[in-house]
Design a protein. Structure first.
Length: 246
């Protein structure tokens, strides 16, 4: 579904040149949910921007559904920690925004809002919602397009623990429902293990893949409280703390 081959991303020129990603390769299968973690500023967001077609790589190739990425695709959704809601539009209108822009029918939005726990809030404005609810509206807007690929850049950042865990559980439930292909970038190791069938660990900038951890228990009931969960968390922390991961 997603194939990243020898990706290289540079910003600036001359003395201002910054190499963000260098020789990164990654494969994400159809319907697979993968987490990406690494040191702060290592190039995780740059990787997502390139997959989404928002920036052009300096080298390498990115394929989505077997097609080379040459710009933003309608079947790829990108969610950031800033939900980017329009304050003058209601929850429902914000959720329908992408559909309106693309001229798509607005069927199914009510179902998505219900799945995200937003039923009864359709006519509220962003200022009337908690931060966690605003993040859920951003997820609803992305899901409304029925994307085949879901890119998530720290969508739960700066939320309190209980709200963060609830949204993690909602994302997992939605993945079970829709089986989209997903890539989640996060700084939170436990979040990466809870939501990733595989955990891709990147090096400090310029980003390369240090190791990929299989996570076969992901999605199982009670996994967050199981010994297997903490074994993967500890292993990921060890790798991030090693010379290659620092």
């Amino acid at each position: 579904m997603i194939s990243v081959r020898d990706l290289r991303i540079e910003y600036g020129r001359g003395r201002r040149r910054t190499l963000a990603v260098d020789g990164l390769s990654l494969e994400v299968g159809d319907g697979e949910l993968v987490s990406v973690i690494g040191p702060s500023g290592c190039g995780k967001t740059s990787l997502l921007l390139a997959i989404d077609g928002l920036i052009k790589p300096s080298g390498g190739r990115i394929l989505v559904l077997g097609e080379e990425v040459k710009g933003v695709r309608k079947d790829v959704a990108f969610i950031t920690q800033d939900a980017g809601l329009l304050p003058w539009k209601t929850v429902r209108q914000n959720a329908e925004l992408a559909l309106r822009l693309h001229g798509f029918p607005r069927e199914g939005v009510r179902e998505i809002l219900r799945a995200l726990g937003l039923a009864g809030f359709e006519n509220r404005y962003p200022s009337e919602l908690s931060e966690g609810m605003r993040r859920r509206v951003g997820i609803a807007r992305a899901l409304a397009l029925r994307p085949k690929v879901f890119l998530m850049d720290e969508p739960m950042a700066n939320l309190d623990t209980l709200t963060r865990e609830r949204i993690q559980e909602i994302i997992l439930e939605l993945w079970h429902m829709y089986r989209f292909t997903g890539v989640l970038v996060t700084h939170d190791i436990e979040e990466a293990v809870f939501l990733g069938q595989r955990i891709v660990i990147l090096s400090p900038r310029p980003a390369k893949v240090v190791e990929v951890l299989d996570n076969p228990g992901m999605g199982e009931p009670g996994y967050r409280r199981s010994p297997e969960f903490y074994e993967v968390v500890i292993r990921a922390r060890e790798i991030l703390g090693s010379p290659e991961g620092r």
